[in-house]
Design a protein around this ligand. Structure first.
Ligand SMILES: NC(=O)c1ccc[n+]([C@@H]2O[C@H](COP(=O)([O-])OP(=O)(O)OC[C@H]3O[C@@H](n4cnc5c(N)ncnc54)[C@H](O)[C@@H]3O)[C@@H](O)[C@H]2O)c1
Ligand SMILES: O=c1ccn([C@@H]2O[C@H](COP(=O)(O)OP(=O)(O)O[C@H]3O[C@H](CO)[C@@H](O)[C@H](O)[C@H]3O)[C@@H](O)[C@H]2O)c(=O)[nH]1
Length: 435
């Protein structure tokens, strides 16, 4: 099919490349000229495993083109809108102005029978509002909402083989569902479950899923604080409750908490939307989920100060990882970056390192000192904090690392190291909710 993808960030660039990989004829559109120039040259503007390969093959084959001009989308039968919906500073609500701008820019270019498909995460009610405008201004076109569930670091795989497909369609618009079936034929033939529903449900599925995941993480992080107060072990607790299939072990890893461009902003946006709907108490628990999450970062900073003997001033702290998760260069709302900045503000001489995230971290915090290798970061440190569980940090050899640092003290902010191995190599090891 002929497809356009409007907005080529973390979501859109992967979606456009994956659609071309499936054999569709795709044009990617973005207002950011630098991003488009890089993508057109076959170079992703960010780090995502597997993306360079499919982007390069699709651009070389001519199945994938990029443009800053929305008119280049005019030929497409299906238009995916994948622009950002960041958190508004004052209210916490999702800012849908980019979605509106992309949608209205697209309107005059819609061919007869074209299908506009929202992919961005939006407050419930957005699709119905846009569908009304479409009916008034381009009645020959239709709208569907098809939320995206990809995880950064697994974005290509998640797009090509999703867990499920959700289509929010207008009343009686079975044709929109069959067009989307055509787009996703490979996944459907492979047995991917598909849920066809109304706009509101589709919009809510997305934020409900992220709210549930965030709740699961804050639940286990709250347990980690109880474990710290009682000498219990939160990893054994997670293993034990996770064996109950109703609970499940995934997303029960305690640590510095969740970050990124999705979970934090999506729960805040969901709370704000419920408020707008007059449901003032309904999502109060998500406020607690957010607060518990932010408390984990503060707890790690407090533990660091404690381990340094009561003050961070003048002490050298190596922070391993700045991204919000491994296999991504994304530092949006990153707990690791927050911890590094907080310790620096307390007077510590912080050195950060990360395999892929340093450029983004320094763009946000040029005042941070960065080391390009783990070795350089560790050198002379009074305290090491493992903040993002990149494989390179999981595999650190405690004896070799011990020869580099000034003092053998480590806070394992992701509970991924073997406490016994580190302690027997002479380290003061501390996990999160681990005795
Ligand atoms: N990043 C993820 O893993 C992920 C996963 C699922 C859903 N989402 C949702 O997808 C949406 C996009 O997220 P993202 O992480 O890709 O954001 P992003 O900031 O990386 O990308 C958004 C892109 O949209 C472009 N843009 C803004 N206005 C535009 C316009 N009028 N026309 C064309 N391009 C425009 C920006 O230049 C930017 O490149 C959000 O709603 C997010 O919640 C993201
Ligand atoms: O047990 C866990 C699991 C995750 N995290 C943290 O939670 C955050 C989010 O992780 P993850 O969900 O894997 O990454 P995202 O790429 O942000 O993906 C989430 O957000 C996307 C955007 O909405 C959705 O599409 C995905 O389904 C949803 O998982 C990261 O900071 C992780 O370190 C934990 O602290 N403990």
């Amino acid at each position: 099919m002929r497809i356009s993808v409007i907005g080529c960030g973390y979501l859109g660039a992967v979606h456009a490349s994956a659609m071309a990989e499936l054999g569709h004829d795709v044009v990617g559109i973005d207002v950011d000229e630098r991003k488009i120039a890089a993508l057109a040259a076959g170079r992703p503007a960010f780090y995502e495993p597997g993306l360079p390969e499919i982007l390069a093959s699709a651009t070389a084959s001519g199945r994938l083109r990029f443009s800053t001009d929305i008119a280049a989308a005019a030929d497409a039968e299906v238009h995916f809108v994948a622009v950002g919906t960041p958190q508004s500073a004052e209210t916490g609500a999702a800012d849908v102005s980019f979605v509106d701008a992309a949608f209205f820019a697209l309107l005059p270019h819609l061919a007869d029978g074209a299908l506009v498909v929202g992919k961005s995460t939006v407050p419930v009610g957005t699709a119905a509002r846009l569908a009304e405008r479409l009916a008034a201004e381009a009645p020959h076109a239709r709208l569907a909402w098809n939320p995206e569930f990809l995880r950064e670091g697994f974005a290509v795989k998640d797009t090509l083989s999703p867990d499920r497909l959700v289509y929010g369609i207008g009343a009686g618009d079975g044709h929109a569902a069959s067009v989307l079936d055509h787009v996703y034929r490979a996944a459907i033939e492979a047995g991917t479950p598909r849920i066809v529903t109304d706009y509101a449900t589709a919009e809510l599925v997305k934020v409900a899923a992220n709210a549930f995941l965030a709740t699961k993480i804050s639940f286990i992080n709250a347990m980690s604080e109880i474990a710290d107060a009682t000498g219990a072990d939160v990893t054994a607790l997670a293993d034990a409750i996770g064996h109950d299939a109703r609970i499940g072990r995934r997303f029960l890893n305690a640590g510095v908490g969740f970050g990124g461009g999705c979970l934090p902003k999506d729960i805040r946006g969901f709370i704000a939307r419920a408020e707008e709907l007059g449901l003032h108490d309904t999502l109060a628990f998500l406020g607690a989920v957010d607060e518990t999450n932010l408390r984990q970062r503060r707890r790690v900073v407090d533990l660091a100060v404690q381990d340094l003997g009561g003050t961070a001033a003048g002490r050298k702290v190596a922070v391993l990882g700045v991204t919000f998760k491994p296999d991504s260069d994304d530092v949006r709302d990153s707990p690791a970056l927050d911890i590094a900045v907080s310790l620096q503000e307390l007077g510590a001489e912080v050195v950060v390192t990360d395999p892929e995230g340093l450029e983004n971290a320094l763009a946000r915090r040029p005042d941070l000192r960065a080391a390009s290798t783990t070795r350089e970061a560790l050198f002379g440190a009074d305290l090491v904090i493992l903040a993002t569980e990149w494989n390179e940090y999981r595999a650190l050899d405690p004896a070799a690392a011990g020869r580099l640092v000034g003092e053998r003290r480590i806070i394992d902010g992701r509970n991924v190291l073997d406490p016994a191995a580190w302690r027997s190599a002479g380290w003061h090891y501390r996990g999160i909710g681990r005795p």
